[in-house]
Design a protein around this ligand. Structure first.
Ligand code: C2O
Ligand code: CU
Ligand code: CU
Length: 513
C-alpha cells in the first residue's frame, strides 16, 4: 500500500502545469499529415415538430458506425448520435422547450444489440464494479438547467434496446452548451468513442442587435485528442488510468482539419471536448482574438486575447478577424500549452484565407449586462477539497472531500436550499489542475488564492461572466458563487477530466425546497 507521502510525492512530481499522475499517452498513431481534410461542420438536427405543440421534439439514436477521421486513416469504428461523430448540433431557442427521445441503439458488427463495450472496461471503478462491461449510456446536457430526471443522472443508464425521453426547458441564457454521455464509471470510454455533440441555445432578442458573425460565419469547433492503431481503430489503454493524452487532435471529428475562410470575422465556439488534455489556443500569426462568451453566455464586452486556455468541458466563444489577411494566407491554430514534450501536440487546425470577403461589421463594444452575484447575499459557504487517497482496489483514488468521511458519490452532504446563493471554495491539494463542473447551476468565479494564504486574485477578464466549469489550479483555493434556482433534487458536481470523474472525483448535491 502506498503511503500518504508517496501519494503526495507522486502528485507533486508529476503535477507541474498539466501532468496527471498515472496519465497515459498513446504513441503509436501512424504519422498523419496535418491540414489535408476539410473541417466538417456538424449539421443541425431537424425537429419533428408535431409531437408536442409549442416545443421541439427530436429522436436521437446512439449508434456504432465507421467514419473517416483522416485522409490516410482507414475508417474508424466510433459511437455517435444519428450516425455522426460528433453528434448533430441541436439548435434550441431560449424558452422554447425541447424533448429528446434518446435511444441506445448500439449494435456490434453482426447487427446484434451490443452486450459488451467496444473498449476494454476497467472493472474496478464504481459502476463497472457491479455492472461489468455492459455498454450503458445516459445523456447529460452540459450547462443545462433541467429537472433531475432529465439531467443524465450517472446511475440512470440505459442499455442497448432501451430509450428514454428527456425534457429541456431552455429557460436560460443563450450559450454554447453541449451534450455528452455520463454513464457511471465509463463516461471516459463513451465520450472517447464519440458520444458528444453541440447544443446551442440562441436568443435572437439578446444577440440579434449585436450583429455578430452568424450563419456560415458562426462555427462550433469541438476539440478532442485521440490515438489510433495502424488499422484506424481508436486506441485507449486497458486497465487503470488517471488521464489520457492522444497524439492527434481532432476538430469536429477530423484530425487536424483546415477551414477555408473568407476575409472577415468569424465567431468560433471552441469546446474542449477532450478527456484530459488542456489546450492553450493561439494563432500562428500572433493575432489577437476577441473572446465574447464563456460556457454560459456572453461576456459584458469583448476581451482581447492572444492565448486562450481551455480545460476539458470549458468553452469560449471567440471572434477571429481574417479581413487583414491576403488570399492564400494560412493561419494555424496552435496548442502552445507548455509541458513535457511527450505530451505536447502543437497543431489543432488551420485557417486558409480565400479571396472573398465575409462578415465585415464591427464588433460591438458592449455585448450584454452581466448581473453579478454579491457575496453578501450568500447564505452558505461550502468547502470541497480535491485530494487523493489510498484505495485497496485501485491503488490510489482521486476524490472530492467535503468533510473527513464525506468522500464518495453516495455520501450526499450538501443540501442547498432552492433559490439561495452559496459560495463554494474549491481547495486543490493536488499537483495538477482539475476543471470543476456543477450541474443545474451556472456560477461566477470570485477569486483564486494560494492554499498557503496571500492575495485573493480576481479572475481574468475572460472569466468575468457566467461559467459552468472552472479550472481549480494546483495549490489554490478557487471560490465560485451561484444561486441554486431551478429544480430540487440530486445533481452531480465533479472534475471534468473524465478519467478522474470515472474514478470517483464526482459527488452530488441535493437541492431542497
Ligand atoms: Cu459535462 Cu457532469 O458533465
Ligand atoms: Cu454538466
Ligand atoms: Cu480532476
Amino acid at each position: 500500500m502506498l503511503t500518504r507521502r508517496d501519494l503526495l510525492k507522486a502528485g507533486l512530481l508529476l503535477g507541474g502545469a498539466l501532468l496527471i499522475p498515472g496519465a497515459r499517452r498513446a504513441s503509436t498513431s501512424p504519422g498523419l499529415t496535418p491540414f489535408v481534410d476539410a473541417l466538417p461542420v456538424m449539421p443541425a438536427l431537424a425537429p419533428r415538430t408535431t409531437v408536442v405543440p409549442g416545443a421541439h421534439f427530436y429522436e436521437i439514436r446512439m449508434q456504432e458506425f465507421t467514419q473517416k477521421l483522416h485522409r490516410d486513416l482507414p475508417p474508424t469504428t466510433v459511437w455517435g448520435y444519428e450516425g455522426l461523430f460528433p453528434g448533430p448540433t441541436i439548435e434550441a431557442q431560449r424558452d422554447v422547450p425541447v424533448f429528446v427521445r434518446w435511444v441506445n441503439e448500439l449494435r456490434d458488427t453482426s447487427g446484434a444489440l451490443r452486450t459488451t463495450h467496444y473498449l476494454p472496461v476497467d472493472p474496478h471503478p464504481h459502476g463497472p464494479n457491479t455492472q461489468g462491461a455492459t455498454p450503458r449510456t445516459v445523456v447529460h446536457l452540459h450547462g443545462g438547467k433541467v429537472p433531475p430526471e432529465s439531467d443524465g443522472y450517472p446511475e440512470a443508464t440505459i442499455l442497448p434496446g432501451q430509450r428514454v425521453v428527456y425534457y429541456y426547458p431552455n429557460a436560460q441564457r443563450a450559450a454554447t452548451r453541449w451534450y455528452h454521455d455520463h454513464a457511471l464509471g465509463i463516461t471516459r470510454l463513451n465520450v472517447y468513442m464519440g458520444l458528444a455533440g453541440f447544443y446551442l441555445i440562441r436568443d435572437p432578442a439578446a444577440e440579434g442587435p449585436l450583429n455578430l458573425p452568424s450563419g456560415e460565419f458562426d462555427v462550433p469547433l469541438c476539440i478532442q485528442d485521440r490515438a489510433f492503431n495502424p488499422d484506424g481503430s481508436l486506441q485507449y489503454p486497458a486497465g487503470y488510468t488517471f488521464g489520457f493524452f492522444g497524439d492527434t487532435v481532432l476538430v469536429n471529428g477530423k484530425v487536424w482539419p483546415y477551414l477555408a475562410v473568407k476575409r472577415g470575422k468569424y465567431r468560433f465556439r471552441f469546446l474542449n471536448g477532450s478527456n484530459t488534455r488542456t489546450y492553450q489556443l493561439e494563432l500562428s500569426s500572433g493575432a489577437t482574438m476577441y473572446q465574447i462568451g464563456t460556457e454560459a453566455g456572453l461576456l459584458g464586452a469583448p476581451v482581447p486575447m492572444t492565448q486562450i486556455q481551455l480545460s476539458p468541458a470549458e468553452r469560449a466563444d471567440v471572434v477571429i478577424d481574417f479581413e487583414g489577411h491576403n488570399p492564400g494566407d494560412q493561419i494555424t491554430l496552435l496548442n502552445t500549452l507548455p509541458g513535457p514534450p511527450e505530451f505536447a501536440v502543437p497543431n489543432v487546425m488551420q485557417f486558409q484565407v480565400g479571396s472573398q470577403t465575409g462578415h465585415l461589421a464591427a464588433l460591438p463594444g458592449t455585448l450584454t449586462t452581466v448581473e453579478f452575484l454579491s457575496e453578501l447575499a450568500a447564505v452558505q459557504v461550502r468547502d470541497i477539497t480535491l485530494d487523493l487517497i489510498p484505495d485497496p482496489d485501485l491503488g490510489i483514488r482521486f476524490v472530492i472531500k467535503s468533510g473527513l468521511n464525506s468522500i464518495d458519490w453516495d455520501d450526499v452532504t450538501f443540501f442547498p436550499r432552492l433559490g439561495t446563493i452559496e459560495v463554494w471554495r474549491i481547495i486543490n491539494m493536488m499537483g495538477g489542475p482539475h476543471p470543476i463542473h456543477l450541474h443545474m447551476v451556472n456560477f461566477q468565479v470570485l477569486d483564486r488564492q494560494s492554499i498557503m494564504g496571500g492575495a485573493m486574485v480576481p479572475p481574468p477578464a475572460n472569466e468575468v461572466g457566467w461559467k459552468d466549469t472552472v479550472t481549480a489550479f494546483p495549490g489554490q483555493i478557487t471560490r465560485v458563487i451561484t444561486r441554486f434556482d431551478g429544480y430540487t433534487g440530486r445533481f452531480s458536481y465533479h472534475c471534468h477530466i473524465l478519467e478522474h470523474e470515472d474514478h470517483e472525483m464526482m459527488r452530488q448535491f441535493e437541492v431542497v425546497p
